[in-house]
Design a protein around this ligand. Structure first.
Ligand code: NAP
Length: 337
């Protein structure tokens, strides 16, 4: 067996990360000791939060230290087990990082059932992003039949699930995405009622047309100009689960322009808006219920999903850069082996 390949954070990026920040290295194969298992990565998940972990700033999670393997969740196969709970051939998910092999203890892993969904889906629709959509809508968006729900990054891992759950709740669902083909497939494959391309010049007018009764729930994934356009259309008592702000992840300074904080605070008061930032992992008590419910929706064909599978571990960094530029079509994963 050759060595373990891994991407190590060697310098903190300002703006877009590249190979001066993340270095591909080959190290010795990890060895599993008593109570541990040796894992071979099958699929590595690439997610926007990883950009934040490269910064040395205070956040809800500790940043990756310089010299450490880049953090990330993966589906792996157990190669060797020194623990009775897992056997060679078992498939597990765990936070094993950007590497081809790893070593872990079973308490940090979850054994997946490939009969419920294929291995890669456990990183997407029935994994962390799907759970994020489920938690954000159920706990904070609370959509009611007949209401209008808008979701940004609509064609992505989280957005595609948000829209489909909101449709099942009887809502009018409007997506916002950055390309025509993305807008087309969220309507044709996931049943969104409308989808607007935020890169179009008349985006604001199109969004208004797509939301004739205003907006009751805005599932915020991006921030920036999409957020500003939505804010002009929100109804009284609208709920805004704040899930992500990807438009700002590579930003190096605040945008130019007038300070909008005071009118924004005015809107919150006058319209009695509810903003709620949330992190999916604070709600892990809902995971068993989510997996059961999502497993059933997938089986019945009520939820569909699209994955963007990149071949080869060496293409991980390139694929991650693409994610931050909107190149992915659906949940981005790297097929490592
Ligand atoms: P994703 O949508 O699969 O991929 C990211 C997408 O973001 C890109 O495809 C692109 O789509 C969009 N994007 C990139 N740069 C942008 C920009 N400058 N302005 C507007 N959109 C941009 O990713 P995801 O995994 O579903 O994540 C979506 C959001 O949820 C992210 O903000 C992420 O951080 C957040 N999240 C939060 C939690 C939590 O617990 N709070 C958990 C998971 C994810 P377009 O072509 O449509 O622009």
């Amino acid at each position: 067996m050759s060595g373990n390949q891994q991407f190590t954070l060697v310098q903190r990026p300002v703006g877009m990360p590249d190979d001066t920040h993340l270095r591909l290295e080959e190290t010795a194969m990890p060895e599993a000791g008593e109570g541990e298992v040796l894992l071979k990565t099958r699929y590595l998940s690439l997610d926007p939060y990883m950009r934040g972990r490269m910064n040395d700033t205070a956040s809800y999670a500790t940043p990756v230290a310089l010299g450490e393997v880049m953090t990330g969740e993966a589906v792996s196969e157990v190669l060797e087990s020194h623990h009775p709970d897992l056997s060679p051939g078992d498939l597990v998910i765990g936070r094993t990082g950007w590497q081809t092999h790893s070593m872990a203890t079973p308490d940090s892993l979850y054994r997946i059932d490939p009969d419920i969904a294929p291995p890669s889906a456990w990183l997407g629709v029935i994994g962390m992003p799907g759970f994020t959509a489920y938690v954000g809508l159920r706990e904070f968006g609370r959509p009611q039949p007949g209401e209008t729900v808008v979701v940004s990054a609509a064609s992505g891992a989280v957005g595609q699930v948000v829209g489909q759950i909101a449709k099942m709740k009887g809502c009018r669902v409007v997506g916002v995405a950055g390309a025509e083909d993305k807008c087309d497939y969220v309507k044709s494959e996931y049943g969104f009622d409308a989808c607007v391309n935020y890169k179009d010049e008349d985006f604001e007018e199109q969004l208004q047309e797509a939301c004739p009764d205003g907006i009751d729930v805005y599932f915020e994934n991006v921030g920036g100009k999409v957020f500003e356009a939505v804010m002009t259309l929100v109804n009284d008592f609208a709920r805004i689960p704040v899930c992500g702000r990807i438009a700002h992840y590579n930003q190096t300074r605040l945008p130019e322009g007038p300070d909008r904080l005071i009118p924004f605070m005015g809107q919150i008061l006058i319209k009695r808006l509810m903003f709620r930032g949330f992190i999916q992992s604070d709600h892990n008590e809902l995971l068993p219920e989510f997996r059961r419910e999502m497993g059933q929706w997938l089986k019945e064909g009520k939820v569909k999903y699209r994955e963007d599978v990149v071949e080869g571990f060496e293409n991980t960094l390139n694929a991650f850069q693409g994610l931050l530029q909107g190149n992915n079509r659906g949940k981005l994963v790297v097929r490592v082996s």
